[in-house]
Design a protein around this ligand. Structure first.
Ligand SMILES: [Ca+2]
Length: 235
């Protein structure tokens, strides 16, 4: 997908130490489209899209906004929508994602979790996903806490395009069966297994996948299986 980004740059007076300077990136594929699911909060009598983006900046769980100029309304969301076809047509509506210097446009950026990643909706074997992430100095997304698991599952289910398939994520027990490690050899200590998993069967189920069939809880899968994948950029 191609996006044209218009960057609005401005300093925000910090309401708390957690509020950081940031950017709103206009996602042109969503112009004149409105999506009303996953609303974090709404504001009325908002004069401009810039004001709407600044409200997002001041709300740490906000990842994106719709500004409805016809209604002077600003809608905050904690997910990044990926499918314009999920919305309804509404003239005068614009959509912005929040990003930062460290987490580029097109990536999902959670300021709360200091978490930056990109969903890749190509079905590929594990090694190809690993290689693609690595080509940008990234790694498969590391989900090492319940909060990250909840965030990831909410993000992928927010759009019809991204919720249609399972994702390879960081973690393998290929080296020693039953000993799960991340890309950097740290042991995996948090697991979000789907019921009945890990299967540990004889078909080399050595790779973690967040499974569509189980609300994106995890399965151990074989590396040849084609899946979506998500790459994390360390920030
Ligand atoms: Ca295994």
């Amino acid at each position: 997908m191609m996006f044209v980004f218009i960057t609005l740059t401005y300093l925000v007076t910090p309401a708390s130490p957690l509020v950081k300077t940031g950017f709103g990136n206009k996602r042109d594929s969503f112009t004149n489209v409105i999506i009303t699911s996953d609303i974090l909060s709404e504001f009325s009598n908002i004069g401009s899209d810039v004001e709407c983006v600044s409200l997002c900046l001041m709300t740490e769980s906000c990842a994106s906004v719709f500004y409805r100029s016809q209604h002077g309304q600003c809608q905050l969301h904690n997910v990044l929508f990926m499918s314009p076809l999920d919305g309804q047509e509404e003239a005068g509506t614009v959509y912005y994602s929040l990003t930062s210097g460290a987490c580029p446009p097109g990536y999902v950026y959670s300021r709360l979790l200091n978490f930056c990643y990109q969903l890749h909706l190509d079905k590929i074997p594990y090694a190809n996903g690993l290689a693609d992430c690595g080509s940008r100095g990234e790694h498969l997304v590391t989900i090492d806490s319940p909060d990250k698991q909840i965030h990831f599952a909410k993000q992928v289910t927010a759009s019809s395009d991204s919720k249609t398939y399972s994702y390879y994520i960081d973690g393998s027990d290929a080296a020693t069966e039953g000993e799960w490690v991340y890309h950097d050899s740290r042991p995996v200590t948090y697991f979000a297994w789907a019921p009945g998993y890990p299967e540990n069967s004889s078909v080399n189920r050595d790779y973690l996948a967040a499974s569509r069939a189980y609300q994106f809880r995890w399965q151990d899968r074989a590396s040849h299986e084609a899946k979506y994948y998500a790459c994390e950029k360390d920030i």
